[in-house]
Design a protein around this ligand. Structure first.
Ligand code: ISL
Length: 568
């Protein structure tokens, strides 16, 4: 990708808003579009280029909006279509773009399509979803009578029995999120039409929820296949049947032709793809194939998982380097990476990969940010990450709201696991860690709402908040501002070649970026131990400091959680 022909998003930074936790404007304790409109200065001040908005569509909110009952409206909980139009206009006036969440692997069970599909086995929309009779010879509702043995992402089987018809419907996520049948061309056309409607309205692209799961491996006679059994469970993994299924590239190419091709606007498409490999990602993001611009891969956020996400191990630095290194190399010539630590599904990175003790919280938050933002790819900042927001000190089950956590608790405890241990794992890994309200100031509800917040504000907001950081040049916020500006200023940050250094070192993450004779050396000490930089990387001696996260010190020493970007 020679300089000058690179797409606009190679030098862009995206900011993700999870609307229910960003800013409330009407006192009901839930964030909304009015709140976002009030806080646009925060985005301008950070310098981000794109806003990715998690779902604001009408929804029963079983999965906080990832269960959509109408693709072409706004839930009154969040505001109105008129406010969405206002947001598009306000962002464009500030030189920013708006990317909407597109959730089309499944709908809500309250979507009119599903209501119609469910109404009878002869409904013209029956085939819009995955309906199957019980497993051969078994009666509906018998244990194990589900059509396949797949385990849902949100615990239990992926099949829900509909008593009225005696058939099961497929839901890879919660039972209130039935999977759409993309084999049916009418389904695909209805979705493309909806997407064009949003683009015509002025939105600038889509973040596509679990888009690599839309193609299921189905035999010609309609049979779906069991997967390998999961350890200690009566269920199996259906991954081989729905992660990057047989028609996935065909569907995405069709979507590209029908929705995006020939549009003059500068758009952005990013596919969320759990389980995607780097080889597949190269195909998905090869511009010549016309699929998506970039994908969210999950390898690095799975490195600390044991048998499941609830079984957590410490992250080993050499594993992270091997993983990121492979993705950087794999998409160096063709394709593009997206870069993230945090999002609304992950615990807070400063608590998980950094060190959120009072001494090192700021330093580790800025160190992790530097490490990520200096890679080649498009960085994503999740709301509050730019403030160093950390995990929440959950005390009891009542503190949790997330459907994944609550389902897991029911299943794990009923399977005989120790409730205290289950709660412990939820405390570290629950998605609710990412979903506590943004900490704007030190007031009782952190400036998020005048009412009762839907999920408690982290008590640490009295110290960790935007107001306290805005004017402080040493704050996490100020550091994010500098990182974002650096990507805009230096083509080498956006486009330079990536070379990993010290692949075996446990504490120091180091790499170079090079473009047109300019080379940056990035060194990050991801530990509490100081290291002798000059003996580790002699080329650092005398190099010019472009950006660092700690006050000036001995150039030969890398202090705990210190990050430096040097020009060689
Ligand atoms: O969060 C996860 C694991 O804890 C993931 O498995 C997550 O469910 C997966 O990444 C898909 O996420 C997306 O689709 C889900 C929704 O709940 C998530 O919020 C969304 O990002 C279903 O729509």
């Amino acid at each position: 990708m020679p300089d000058g022909t690179a797409p606009w998003w190679t030098s862009a930074v995206v900011y993700q808003i999870y609307p229910r936790s960003f800013q409330d404007s009407d006192g009901d304790g839930v964030g909304d579009l009015g709140g976002i409109l009030q806080r646009l200065d925060h985005l301008t001040d950070l310098g981000v280029d794109v806003l990715w908005l998690s779902p604001v569509y009408p929804s029963p909110q079983a999965d906080n909006g990832y269960d959509i009952s109408d693709y072409q409206d706004i839930d009154p909980l969040f505001g109105s279509l008129a406010q969405l139009d206002e947001l598009i206009e306000a962002l464009h006036a500030r030189g920013m773009k708006l990317v909407m969440d597109l959730v089309v692997n499944h709908t809500s069970d309250a979507h009119p399509w599903f209501l119609e599909s469910r109404s009878s086995a002869d409904s013209p929309k029956r085939d819009w979803y995955w309906w199957r009779p019980p497993r051969g010879g078994m009666a509906a509702g018998d244990p194990g009578a589900e059509p396949t043995n797949w385990q849902s992402f949100f615990s239990g089987p992926t099949w829900e029995l509909d008593e009225a018809s005696g058939e099961y419907y497929l839901h890879l996520f919660d039972r209130r999120q039935p999977d759409l049948n993309w084999e049916n061309p009418q389904v695909r056309q209805a979705i493309y039409e909806m997407m064009r409607w949003w683009l015509d309205r002025g939105v600038d692209g889509f973040r596509m929820d679990v888009i690599n799961m839309i193609s299921k491996d189905v035999a010609e006679d309609g049979h779906l296949h069991d997967g390998p059994p999961l350890p200690g469970s009566s269920l199996g993994s259906g991954y081989a049947s729905f992660i990057c299924g047989p028609r996935i590239h065909e569907f995405l190419q069709e979507m590209h032709r029908e929705v995006f091709a020939g549009r003059p606007e500068a758009l952005l498409t990013v596919g969320e793809m759990p389980g995607v490999t780097v080889e597949q990602a190269r195909l998905f993001t090869d511009p010549a194939r016309g699929e998506v611009d970039m994908v969210f891969q999950f390898e690095h956020v799975g490195l600390d998982h044991g048998t499941s996400k609830w079984d957590l191990n410490p992250l080993r630095m050499r594993d992270l380097k091997a993983s990121f290194g492979r993705w950087q190399a794999g998409l160096a010539e063709v394709g593009w990476n997206s870069l993230y630590w945090d999002n609304h599904d992950q615990p807070r990175a400063v608590s998980r990969f950094g060190d959120d003790s009072p001494r090192y919280r700021r330093d580790s938050a800025t160190c992790l940010a530097t490490l990520l933002h200096l890679h080649r790819g498009t960085p994503y900042v999740y709301q509050g990450q730019e403030l160093g927001m950390a995990n929440y000190p959950f005390a009891s089950l009542d503190d949790f709201r997330d459907v994944e956590s609550l389902n897991h608790h029911v299943q794990a405890v009923s399977a005989g696991q120790d409730p205290a241990a289950v709660l412990d794992a939820m405390r570290t890994m629950s998605r609710d860690n990412a979903r506590t309200p943004v900490q704007w100031d030190a007031s009782p509800h952190a400036g998020f709402t005048s009412g009762e917040p839907w999920l408690a504000v982290n008590p640490d907001h009295v110290e960790w908040n935007a107001e306290a950081q805005r004017e402080d040049p040493t704050s996490v916020l100020a550091h994010y501002r500098r990182l974002i500006a650096l990507r805009h200023q230096l083509p080498v940050v956006a486009l330079g070649d990536f070379t990993m250094l010290l692949p075996e070192h446990d504490d120091v993450y180091a790499f170079t970026r090079s473009l047109d004779g300019e080379t940056l050396l990035v060194v990050c000490n991801v530990s509490r131990r100081a290291h002798d930089l000059t003996s580790l990387l002699p080329q650092a001696a005398g190099a010019e400091l472009v950006l660092g996260n700690l006050a000036d010190g001995d150039p030969g020493e890398l202090r705990p959680w210190e990050a430096r970007v040097l020009r060689l």
